[in-house]
Write a new protein. Structure first.
Length: 477
């Protein structure tokens, strides 16, 4: 039989009860301590949150010594004329006349190409040679015309020599003078014979027949003398009017002029179609026909397109090359109709492109369209600018800021504006310091912004040194 000691059981139960009591007390104290720590942390956060909410306008006290030390400056807020930039998006294109499509003026087969894609080409540089049957035909006509011209020139030279000889020794005039002298002699002799026969006839010595014959001979001599005088007078008049004497020479010279003009016309056609002038002159001298025409560059520029190959047959309507000169470019943009009054020809613009974000290009408005787009209600405009370093490329997107015309409004200097807790603020000068003020702005100029609310005309705001005031505000609050 097992006997239990009541006292020992009761003692053990008491110890267990005391242990449980102590454990419970410790757990309660631990839980209580945790709750106390959480309450303190929450209270601290609430204090900080409440501290961020100002009870009223926050004032930063600044002594005169601090104002001098930080070189703090102020400016009065007032109404003023401000140029408000107009922001547009556009694209870069070559200036007018600085991008040219090049094609042959005549059909033919490409025999040689003298340029490479992307190369720089100078004005007048030969880019390709084309073998053309039409050029061969024209060269043949030129050789034939040159031969006819040589014959006409030889004929004109002969007529010139005859004309000059007539001037020096007028044959007809000399013959007329000689004939007159002969007629005069014949008339004198016939007159003397008539007188002699007349005397003999009176003395009944000469026969009537002889007298009448002498009389008829004298009459004929007088008629011949008058004719000789008339012929001489005519030749003298002709000699005085030399234009009649050089008729044949003039006709020969007219033929030379006609043949020379015909040859020049053929050469001009060859030149227009691209035949080299030196080669044309050599062809006229030697008579050798080559049928080649040159494709020359009309401007300086980069070879931006190359669409041909040796042996290919080209037509006038097919573009072979494209030259692009980007020394000057233009920016194309669409101006909203409502802003049309703000832009004028000659206005300066500032241009930025994504490729060079730290560089600002400048240009001037060179074109404002007279047409408003019916759907978008915009007006196409262009700005021209120099691009000597070739940084700007065709079809680049560009951000454009136009100066536009000035506008009058209540303006706050940009240097006075700071950003704090997501709001735009300024610091207004007060008797004992500078008061923080939240401001709402509208239009933005280069140096001034339009005040919508928060400031009134005459307020004095901190400009230089406002950043330090913002730093002080952030530190204390």
């Amino acid at each position: 039989m097992v006997t239990f000691n009541k006292m020992s059981i009761y003692g053990q139960l008491g110890v267990l009860a005391m242990s449980l009591a102590v454990a419970s007390t410790s757990t309660i104290l631990l839980l209580g301590g945790c709750g106390a720590d959480k309450s303190a942390e929450q209270a601290h956060k609430e204090d900080q949150a409440s501290a961020k909410v100002p009870a009223g306008p926050r004032l930063i006290t600044v002594t005169d010594e601090v104002v001098k030390r930080i070189d703090l400056k102020t400016e009065v807020v007032s109404k003023r004329e401000v140029i408000v930039p107009l922001h547009l998006t556009g694209r870069i294109e070559p200036d007018y006349g600085r991008e040219v499509d090049i094609s042959a003026r005549i059909s033919g087969r490409i025999s040689k190409i003298l340029v490479r894609p992307g190369s720089m080409v100078k004005k007048g540089q030969i880019m390709a040679l084309i073998d053309s049957p039409q050029i061969s035909d024209l060269q043949g006509e030129a050789v034939e015309a040159k031969s006819k011209l040589s014959i006409a020139e030889a004929h004109a030279e002969r007529e010139r020599q005859i004309y000059e000889e007539h001037l020096e020794r007028p044959k007809a005039l000399l013959e007329a003078q000689a004939h007159l002298q002969t007629s005069q002699v014949q008339a004198d002799l016939s007159e003397q014979e008539l007188k002699r026969q007349e005397d003999l006839y009176r003395e009944k010595i000469a026969a009537t027949k002889d007298y009448l014959s002498a009389k008829a001979t004298h009459a004929k001599a007088k008629v011949a003398l008058e004719q000789a005088k008339t012929a001489l007078k005519r030749e003298e008049q002709l000699y005085k009017n030399r234009g009649l004497m050089k008729r044949e020479y003039q006709l020969a010279m007219a033929e030379v002029t006609r043949d020379r003009q015909h040859l020049q016309t053929i050469c001009k056609r060859l030149d227009f179609l691209g035949a080299d002038r030196t080669m044309t002159q050599l062809m006229l001298t030697s008579g050798n026909i080559n049928g080649l025409v040159q494709i020359s560059a009309p401007i300086d520029g980069d070879l931006s397109r190359y669409d041909c190959a040796v042996g290919e047959v080209v037509q006038p309507e097919k573009s072979m090359f494209k030259l692009t000169d980007l020394k000057y470019v233009q920016v194309l943009a669409d101006l909203p109709e409502v802003d049309l009054k703000r832009v004028r020809l000659g206005d300066k613009v500032k241009i930025k492109v994504a490729s060079y974000p730290d560089r600002e290009f400048t240009g001037v408005i060179s074109y404002i369209s007279v047409i408003v787009h019916a759907d978008t209600r915009t007006v196409p405009i262009r700005a021209r600018l120099a691009n000597f370093d070739s940084k700007l490329k065709t079809n680049m997107y560009a951000e454009i800021d136009l100066e536009g015309t000035s506008q009058n409004f209540l303006a706050c200097p940009k240097s006075a504006v700071q950003e704090h807790d997501g709001s735009k603020i300024v610091f207004i000068k007060k008797a004992t310091g500078f008061e923080e003020r939240t401001v709402k702005f509208g239009k933005q100029g280069e140096n001034y912004d339009e005040v919508i609310s928060g400031l009134t005309d005459g307020d004095v705001v901190a400009t230089q040194g406002s950043l330090m005031l913002k730093t002080e505000l952030s530190y204390h609050h």
